[in-house]
Write a protein that binds this ligand. Structure first.
Ligand SMILES: Cc1ncc(COP(=O)(O)O)c(C=O)c1O
Length: 409
């Protein structure tokens, strides 16, 4: 449904009539490719006797080229990509994995799935990993792995982060669920670490409902990931894969975990790859319009974004500064009543997609991340559907401004 402009209500307050949770539709070529495939029936990516190249193999080849990586493996979700990456990178049960404390539940979930222990690293005022705390926790924990989550698309100073990782010989897994097409200093996220994972779940930069993509330049990680994703002994049908001799080293020792990507998902995704750049430009334009209007509202602050951070904002975060929880709750009640659903990471209970580290009780609860605790108390999040018009942005900002005023009365 289209987002439309202000509708007068009794109170004369602005009301946003659109739907911030509305997904962006699948482009027609994706729909046509999916229908063609369904008519053909070859939804499963592997076959024992076939002449055509499977959609899954073509997508992996195209995505690897787009990121500039040698190898790519498609799986059935971003969370599975993270799990497969951890296992392929050599994580064993009981290993410690460093991870920034501001992330989403599937990230510590993937570490737990691998039987490993998340070690929380603090964040700074930009919502990104705190490099000094990373340095400290790497020593204290003796961890060999870092899961670097670019949560909500915020990218840390990668020169500083990678220097710490090199100093401690950390193997880096990048969680690029929110940074498809984003760069730091001209270099794409997903190319800094040893292996990187992307999500194609509906609210990400490309949409197949569920789906994940893993990229790497390491032939052993690639082969182990591909085998674990569930390739049976049909791995030769992949194209963005290492040579067959690499599989000989791993084929009999890597479990098949059946987390494959289906051809149907790949068919829906392939026509979206050429659109990423254009969509990211649209997201930047929406963010650039809305962020200054939010920044101008009392008690609301949008984080500073350094010039080197070329982010691709499918959502917008702001902090509520200097207000008690009861006032924050009133503010959020007011925004919701006027059509703008704001997610709040400081809520006492986890709601919807939003939870924070103390809600993940399977973690060691003794871990101190004081700066993250402080930041998350006031951290809010709104999704930015591509359909938002300049007028919609104005209405959303008006709703927030009026809600802030009303919450203080
Ligand atoms: C930061 C982050 N990493 C990983 C994931 C996992 O992606 P998926 O939902 O495809 O499992 C998500 C999902 O929203 C996420 O927000």
């Amino acid at each position: 449904m289209r987002n439309t402009a202000t509708k007068p209500v009794k109170s004369n307050r602005a009301v946003f009539q659109g739907d911030l949770s509305a997904p962006d539709p699948i482009p027609e070529p994706g729909i046509e490719a999916a229908v063609r495939l369904m008519r053909d029936g070859r939804l499963f990516r592997y076959g024992e006797d076939r002449n055509s190249i499977p959609e899954g193999a073509l997508l992996e080849e195209e995505f690897a080229a787009l990121i500039g990586s040698k190898y790519c493996v498609g799986v059935n979700s971003g969370g599975c990509a993270l799990y497969v990456a951890l296992m392929a990178a050599g994580v064993s049960p009981g290993d410690k994995v460093l991870v920034n404390a501001f992330t989403l539940a599937p990230v510590p979930g993937a570490i737990a799935h691998a039987g490993a222990e998340p070690v929380l690293v603090d964040i700074d005022a930009r919502f990104v990993i705190d490099v000094d705390d990373l340095d400290r926790k790497a020593v204290e924990s003796d961890a060999r792995f870092l899961m670097l989550s670019y949560m909500r698309g915020h990218i840390p100073d990668m020169d500083a982060v990678m220097a710490v990782c090199r100093r401690h010989d950390l193997l880096v897994i990048e969680d690029c669920a929110h940074t498809m097409g984003a760069s730091w200093g001209g270099r794409l996220t997903g190319t800094f670490g040893d292996v990187a994972c992307f999500s194609t779940q509906t609210f990400k930069h490309i949409n197949s409902g569920e789906g994940g993509l893993l990229v790497t330049n390491d032939e052993d990680i690639a082969a182990r990931a591909l085998l674990r994703s569930g390739s049976y002994m049909l791995y030769a049908q992949h194209r963005a894969r290492p040579g067959m001799e690499v599989f000989d080293r791993h084929r009999l020792t890597t479990p098949n975990c059946s987390m494959r990507m289906s051809n149907l998902v790949a068919a829906v995704l392939r026509p979206q790859l050429p659109l990423i750049e254009e969509r990211n430009d649209q997201w930047r334009a929406i963010y650039d319009r809305l962020a200054p209007m939010i920044e101008a509202i009392d008690h609301l602050q949008v984080p500073v974004r350094p010039a080197k951070e070329e982010f691709v904002p499918s959502s917008l975060q702001f902090s509520i500064i200097g207000l008690k929880d009861v006032r924050i709750e009133r503010f959020l009640g007011e925004t919701a009543a006027h059509g703008v659903h704001v997610k709040w990471f400081g809520a006492p209970e986890p709601i919807g997609f939003t939870s924070r580290h103390e809600h993940w009780r399977y973690l060691d609860q003794e871990q101190a991340v004081p700066k993250a605790d402080q930041v998350l108390k006031g951290l809010c999040d709104i999704r930015l559907p591509l359909s938002l018009t300049p007028e919609d942005c104005f209405v959303i900002a008006t709703v927030l401004r009026e809600a802030m005023a009303a919450s203080g009365r």
